[in-house]
Write a protein that binds this ligand. Structure first.
Ligand code: GRF
Length: 202
């Protein structure tokens, strides 16, 4: 049974999708052992508590540097014996130390087809650029911003009457399917990283 930690800063709808998938059998042989947030009022924490999952809050202001912050996070995750770290709207770039502590074992989800539109404005940037197709990317985390090997992607059209809200809602619906699928692939040992490529043995 693999142990998963989910890190989230906000609403936590992806956290909820992953909880539901572990409990509904769409992610097999894994359970969420810990939910961590950097915001004490994150709704993600409320969702976790309602599902009786242990939560921890790590506030930035309690640590003198980003490195000290990440060292505390890593110590906590290693102390719990976490196998896979899942970033689900965790609005903080992790340090090389963090990445090195969990090689090939940190995932992130991003609301665009990377490498297009990295960063915190993936939905708005795609809309403003005028692309006709955008989507969702699940990827491993490396030391860059949204630059790690791509695990899964799914596209959606951008319609003339789309707003940031309507497009984000469609992307969220994709995310809630795609993230559990990627996690399940990892848990079952179906992802082989070769250079920048993730080869899926499914
Ligand atoms: C998602 O759109 C995800 O792609 C991005 O942050 C958002 C988190 O949403 N990384 P939620 O908190 O899971 O609802």
């Amino acid at each position: 049974m693999k142990k998963i930690a989910v890190l989230a800063s906000g609403n936590g709808s992806n956290l909820q999708a992953i909880i539901d998938a572990t409990r509904g059998g769409r992610i097999r042989d894994a359970r969420i052992c810990l939910v961590i947030s950097d915001k004490k009022n994150a709704y993600a924490l409320e969702r976790a508590r309602r599902c009786n999952l242990p939560v921890r809050v790590f506030l930035h202001q309690d640590y003198p540097t980003r490195d000290a912050y990440d060292r505390a996070l890593v110590a906590c995750l290693q102390g719990e014996g976490i196998d896979l770290v899942v970033l689900a709207g965790f609005m903080r770039l992790v340090t090389p130390y963090f990445v090195g502590a969990f090689p090939g074992r940190i995932m992130n989800i991003h609301p665009s087809l990377l490498p297009a539109f990295p960063g915190t404005r993936g939905v708005a940037d795609a809309l403003e650029y005028g692309v006709k197709v955008t989507g969702v990317t699940v990827h491993f985390v490396d030391e860059g911003m949204d630059t790690g090997p791509v695990i899964l992607q799914e596209a959606t059209s951008v319609y003339d009457d789309d707003t940031e809200e309507s497009l984000a809602a469609r992307l969220h619906a994709i995310e809630h399917r795609l993230y559990p699928k990627a996690i399940d692939l990892w848990v079952r040992g179906k992802i082989k990283i070769v250079g920048r490529r993730c080869l899926l043995d499914d």
